[in-house]
Design a protein around this ligand. Structure first.
Ligand code: CP
Ligand code: NVA
Length: 302
């Protein structure tokens, strides 16, 4: 594993290795066992979109590992004034040991990886959010003991989260059922991958998708960059909500995950959100541990 660009690139073994290391790093951090294995290493963090969790968890994670994180707002970089990503990659490769980037196009992240010579981590694009999905899988495994055979249901938009969860969960031998309005399906490459798996199903009926689910997941109806479509999407997504009816269709001990930020009253009701808040905030915490595992794998001694 040289980069973390999208879940499609990872093997099941890569994912298991990251989750195991994440569990170990979490244990060490909770028990005050120092693990400064990235001493002397520097991570550049390029943000072309807003962030609370990704920025803070990467920054704190690098610090806890003994390395230096550098926050780079795209507004302040020459990239924001049109310097090509190929040149940016070649320059930053001379200074840094790794780059985390949050941007719009997946092709920009892939281009950084092709043109640079250091590990690239996708901190969210319109297509994928692999860091979040690794934290989700870590959380599900914590709550359920193992992933194999569990049913994950995602209700909502065929966005970066749905794309990445479909691939990540199928790779971990989970059953995957997604419900989305017909105009808001997941990415075609993801669907191509998914339909080869008998454990995958897609429907426009949230209750059908939720039936017998062990994990119920959703995300915002309008992602970053889609603000102008918010009203149209609010209409299209009516009914695609995690609410009491959906939770009644799922298993009685089903957990709920939400990458956050959440819009209560849209993709999830306040009641369901608050009933499952411990699981959702454990998921947010696990961003730190899962990403530290990714950093150690990519930037640490081979
Ligand atoms: N879930 C997530 O990636 O959160 P931020 O947008 O706050 O980084
Ligand atoms: N789908 C959301 C996820 C935010 C973490 C977005 O892209 O805005």
């Amino acid at each position: 594993m040289k980069h973390l660009l999208k879940m499609l690139d990872l093997t099941s073994q890569d994912i298991t290795d990251i989750l195991n290391l994440a569990d170990q790093l979490k244990y060490e951090q909770k028990h005050g066992i120092s693990h400064r294995v990235l001493e002397g290493k520097t991570l550049g963090m390029i943000f072309e979109k807003a962030s609370t969790r990704t920025r803070v968890s990467f920054e704190v994670g690098m610090y806890q590992l003994g390395g230096l994180p550098i926050f780079l707002s795209a507004n302040d970089l020459q990239i924001g004034r049109g310097e090509p990503v190929q040149d940016t990659a070649r320059v930053l490769s001379r200074y840094l040991d790794g780059i985390m980037i949050r941007t719009f196009k997946q092709s920009e992240v892939e281009s950084l990886a092709e043109n640079g010579s250091i590990p690239i981590i996708n901190g969210l694009t319109d297509f994928a959010h692999p860091c979040q999905v690794l934290a989700d899988l870590m959380t599900i495994r914590e709550y359920k003991g193992s992933l194999d055979g569990l049913k994950m249901c995602f209700i909502g938009d065929g966005n970066n989260m749905m794309n990445s969860l479909i691939v990540g969960c199928l790779k971990m031998k989970m059953e995957v059922a997604v419900a989305c309005p017909s105009g808001y399906k997941p990415n075609a490459a993801v669907l191509d991958f998914a339909v080869a798996h008998p454990a995958f199903s897609i429907t426009t009926d949230p209750l059908e998708a939720a039936k017998g689910a062990d994990v119920v997941i959703t995300d915002v109806w309008a992602s970053m960059g889609q603000e102008q479509e918010a009203q149209k999407r609010r209409e299209a997504f009516q009914g695609f909500q995690i609410n009491d009816a959906v939770m009644a269709a799922a298993k009685p001990d089903a957990i709920v995950q939400h990458c956050l930020p959440a819009h209560r009253g849209e993709e999830i009701t306040t009641e369901v959100f608050e009933q499952h808040a411990a699981q959702i905030f454990d998921e947010a915490e696990n961003r730190l541990h899962a990403q530290k595992a990714v950093l150690v794998k990519l930037l640490g001694k081979k």
